[in-house]
Write a protein that binds this ligand. Sequence first.
Ligand code: ADP
Ligand code: ZN
Length: 291
Amino acid sequence: MTKLYGAIEAGGTKFVCAVSDENLNILKRVKIPTTVPAETMAEVFKFFDENPVVAMGIGSFGPIDVNRSSDTYGYITTTPKKGWANYNFLGDMKAHYDIPYVWTTDVNVAAYGELKKGSAQGKNSCIYLTVGTGVGGGGVVNGQLLEGFGHPEMGHIIMRRHPEDTYQGNCPYHHDCLEGLCAGPAVEGRAGGIKAFDIPKDAKDWEIEAYYLAQACVDYTVILSPEKIIFGGGVSKQDQLFPMIRKSFAEQMNGYLKTPDLDDYIVHVALGDDAGITGCLLLAQEEAAKN
Ligand code: ADP
Ligand code: ZN
């Protein structure tokens, strides 16, 4: 019988669960609304009861605890999402299925998927940034998921403001961090409530957005020197942003570092919505091979 691998991409809006064969062909996939743990997880367990797997990769919304020496390793920690704060996600999974797991953030698994099968194939490092309801960043360095005492929170870097931007920023912790100035709700707040996809493509708003995203890319570049910076999430579907981000990146870097060609360096996610699930399945397969 072929071995099956499991994936959970746990988002604040929906969970995607999938199983694949040994060649990582996705055999089944289900979307489950993120309501409260008792409800959502009942559906997750139903799916994996029906589709038993030998190992699983989980990429979760956070913040989550990824520190193996911590008492709350495997928990979702401080989310404002009702019912999910201090939820022992990994522990609950282990109680149901005694199999090897990889537990990390939703953006780390997407970075891994892109590194192995997407736009960063053949590289050893990349950053994956989602610009959607929030801004989150994950990465792979030397082929390893980027983690330290915890996981990166690349969406919360403090920004130098665009001189023409009067929007105050809406991060409850920092106001004008990257997320507070650039996530979908910030774009819409700056535009006076217009939906992000209804803002004209030539509006100043996108220049401001690109300025901040470029500034973030400069920061990640000088700190981590990744081989690729990959954008996903709803807001990055605005294709006109990419040339603007690259142009602003060059201006803000101001010749200090020679980087890879910017058309290849700052790119859109290649696997689209499958980046995270692909990363989870790859990590599950690699974990199974270690055991
Ligand atoms: P989530 O972050 O919840 O997983 P998304 O990545 O789709 O989901 O992000 C949702 C945010 O992205 C919303 O603020 C929405 O307005 C914005 N968004 C979604 N699609 C587009 C689009 N095509 N252009 C601009 N903004 C978009
Ligand atoms: Zn913040």
